[in-house]
Design a protein around this ligand. Structure first.
Ligand code: HEM
Ligand code: HEM
Length: 172
């Protein structure tokens, strides 16, 4: 207890400007990706759309890999030190699962695009990868829902976690 003054609730860990830029930049690119989503596999007949989708997904993955290693090397969660182990573990699982889905969505999309370009339009392979693509999208919606609920929970607790990443409605 003697060092409780050093706990993060007194001195919240701030994420760096680059960490925040990655976080919020990805929120924007991800929403854009959802917004301009392929509605129907027939759309991939359009070569320029197919090429655009593939390039978009490749850039997305490249940025994601850079973000992932940057965050792992330089950052820790800003959860206060005295957070129960189980809660720290839950946060780690949700964050890592989001990274996995953020990787799987474009990766399965690229597979669909490549199989389509190879002329395997009506194959089992394409169906399987479209299924995985849709599954990883549903999974990330759930994870983002849990993540935002947790962020709001921390905002209510005023433990510094919200303000370490969110630039608005900051705790005083
Ligand atoms: C597409 C939506 C989102 C994704 C995929 C996402 C993903 C992540 C990930 C992976 C982390 C861990 C740190 C990192 O590696 O960058 C994180 C941290 C964080 N996010 Fe999000 N996020 C999203 C949206 C939001 C929103 C809308 C809020 C708040 C309203 C939010 C609040 C936070 C906070 C407070 C942290 C810091 C948690 C900590 O330090 O332990 N996020 N987010
Ligand atoms: C970051 C990149 C991507 C994002 C965020 C994304 C997002 C989405 C979303 C939200 C859906 C709707 C899923 C549903 O209805 O449950 C979807 C479906 C689909 N996407 Fe993607 N996608 C990406 C990359 C790609 C790529 C690169 C391709 C192929 C070149 C692709 C091909 C498809 C196809 C074929 C469908 C299914 C359409 C149907 O239901 O017939 N996606 N995508």
């Amino acid at each position: 207890m003697a060092n409780s003054l050093n706990s993060n609730s007194m001195y919240p860990v701030k994420h760096s400007l680059l960490a925040k830029s990655f976080h919020w930049g990805f929120v924007i690119i991800f929403i854009y990706g959802i917004y301009k989503q392929v509605q129907d596999i027939e759309q991939l007949e359009d070569n320029s759309l197919l090429r655009f989708e593939l390039i978009f997904a490749l850039i997305f993955i490249a940025l994601l890999v850079i973000r992932f290693f940057y965050m792992k090397k330089t950052h820790q969660s800003s959860l206060p030190e005295d957070t129960p182990k189980i809660q720290k573990m839950a946060a780690r699982i949700v964050h890592n699962s989001m990274y996995i889905c953020l990787f799987l969505v474009p990766m399965t999309g690229i597979s669909v695009g490549l199989f389509f370009a190879m002329g395997l339009k009506n194959s089992f392979l394409i169906d399987a990868f479209v299924g995985l693509h849709e599954f990883s999208i549903q999974a990330i919606y759930w994870l983002i829902g849990i993540h935002i609920s947790a962020a709001i929970f921390h905002r209510i607790r005023k433990d510094g976690v919200w303000s370490s990443m969110v630039p608005f409605a900051k705790e005083k």
